[in-house]
Design a protein around this ligand. Structure first.
Ligand code: ARG
Length: 456
């Protein structure tokens, strides 16, 4: 395709390092869509005769169906998907196929193909993230009143509900989806027609091709059009943040399913056994989700490093955007699907979580709040008094609620029987009614709000 000024072909190793067909063949549907839009525009603008346009369109459809049926031969000598499609088109249509490449270059072509692929993928990820939100919000509604320990520093802090914990992830995924949509909105400009880097002297209609491909408008600067990979970076960065969220939940599942915690049970469908230890049920899917976040973040940092310092406009370095982007966004898709399956199936072990919620003096803050509310004590003093009561209980190796009233009154004589109500975990969560707090009433309302928003 570009051999006019060359006396001999590329060295074997040159071909190997240069070719992208092995991975950019995935862009075939987008490449053909772009070519169909381009050739239709060339016809409308009077740049190509109508019969050539019709022949090229028919030829492209044939190529498309050959690819769909798996009959297409992806030959490394043809370098990339753009040349492979055009080469086959030439075999089908004859020399007039060569007119398709009027007023365009592989530089604007690949930028267009990648944007189309990333756009479709972001839409699919958004829908998958919504599925996971649904699964989590449904679990939250079911467990609006199921008490568990809330942690800071992975130390029991204050009781919360399992539903509240699930909804924390629904919020994170809501922001992830917002980022997917923001990235999509910014990427939705069409580089096609920027040609190699400078635009073209042909009277093309870039608004028409942009509209035909579902873009909001054409990109405004031809250099930027072929040099820009922000859309991939932004998508990878949104994907990385989402992957971080999934890996945090995955880590919690790993911890919670351990025999030491036993807070939740995963289904058989989402656990594996050990070939030597018959008692084992391993949370492999959760571990792999945790690990794949590394791979996704790796693709983002990899591409950032490819792009930094590249002079305008196109450099072949940019061909390296593809494998990482494909792999990362597909890995995220797999992680979202696996997490959704795990969440749908998981069973919290309510008694164990409740028992754990009461251990570690998790209701100490409730006691301090009671001293403030009922006795008018300044919070700092109440904190100190409570600290002494915790010390007393801990010295005896018992819970706060097991201290006798006379023992407590030695620390603070104004304490009454009413304090025992406060020390129960159920009452503790019930009292957290501030907006965004963990009370079952709040959790139920928030879960219902989300489910309505998610169209359940
Ligand atoms: N395979 C190339 C890529 O992925 C297509 C663009 C090639 N452009 C060029 N000037 N060699 O980036």
């Amino acid at each position: 395709m570009w051999g006019g000024r060359f006396a001999s072909g590329p060295a074997e190793i040159m071909e190997e390092i240069n070719a992208s067909i092995g991975f950019d063949k995935r862009l075939a549907p987008q490449d053909i869509r772009g070519s169909l839009a381009h050739v239709a525009m060339l016809g409308e603008a009077g740049i190509l005769p109508k019969d050539d346009v019709a022949a090229i369109q028919a030829g492209l459809k044939t190529v498309e169906s050959e690819i769909e049926r798996g009959e297409f031969v992806f030959d490394r000598a043809l370098e990339d998907i753009h040349m492979a499609v055009e080469n086959r088109l030439t075999q089908i249509v004859g020399p007039s196929a060569g007119r398709l490449h009027t007023a365009r270059s592989r530089n604007d072509q690949v930028a267009t193909d990648m944007r189309l692929w990333v756009r479709d993928t972001l839409d699919a990820l958004d829908a998958q993230a919504a599925d996971l939100q649904r699964a989590l919000a449904e679990t939250a509604l079911k467990h609006a009143g199921t008490v568990m320990p809330g942690f800071t520093h992975l130390q029991s802090a204050q009781p919360v509900t399992f539903g509240h914990h699930c909804l924390a992830y629904v919020e994170m995924l809501g922001r992830d989806r917002g980022r997917f949509r923001d990235a999509r909105a910014r990427l939705n400009e069409c580089p096609l027609g920027a040609a190699a880097l400078a635009g073209t002297s042909f009277p093309i209609d870039r608004h028409a091709t942009a509209a035909a491909l579902g873009f909001d408008r054409p990109t405004a600067n031809s250099l930027d059009s072929v040099a820009d990979r922000d859309f991939a970076l932004e998508s990878l960065s949104s994907a990385s943040i989402c992957a971080i969220h999934l890996s945090r939940l995955a880590e919690e599942l790993v911890v919670w399913t351990s025999a030491q915690f036993n807070f939740v049970k995963l289904s058989d469908g989402y656990t594996t056994g050990s070939s030597i230890m018959p008692q084992k049920r391993n949370p492999d899917a959760a571990e792999l989700i945790r690990a794949k976040s590394g791979r996704i973040i790796g693709a983002l940092t990899g591409l950032m490093i490819v792009m930094k310092g590249l002079p305008l406009a196109y450099s072949k370095d940019m061909q390296e955007d593809k494998e990482g982007t494909f792999d990362a966004l597909q890995s995220l898709s797999l992680c979202l699907a696996a997490m959704t399956g795990m969440v749908r199936d998981l069973q919290p072990v309510a008694e164990v979580m409740k028992r754990a919620a009461g251990s570690g003096y998790a209701t100490a803050t409730d006691l301090a709040d009671w001293l403030v509310r009922e006795l008018g004590m300044p919070f700092r003093e109440a904190h100190h008094v409570t600290g002494r009561l915790v010390g007393l209980a801990s010295k005896q190796g018992i819970g706060l609620e097991e201290l006798t009233l006379p023992a407590m009154q030695e620390v603070e004589p104004r304490l009454t029987d009413a304090i025992y109500d406060i020390l129960g975990v159920e009452n503790s969560v019930k009292s957290r009614t501030s907006y965004g707090g963990t009370s079952p009433v709040n959790v139920k309302a928030q879960a219902e709000r989300w489910l309505q928003e998610l169209g359940v």
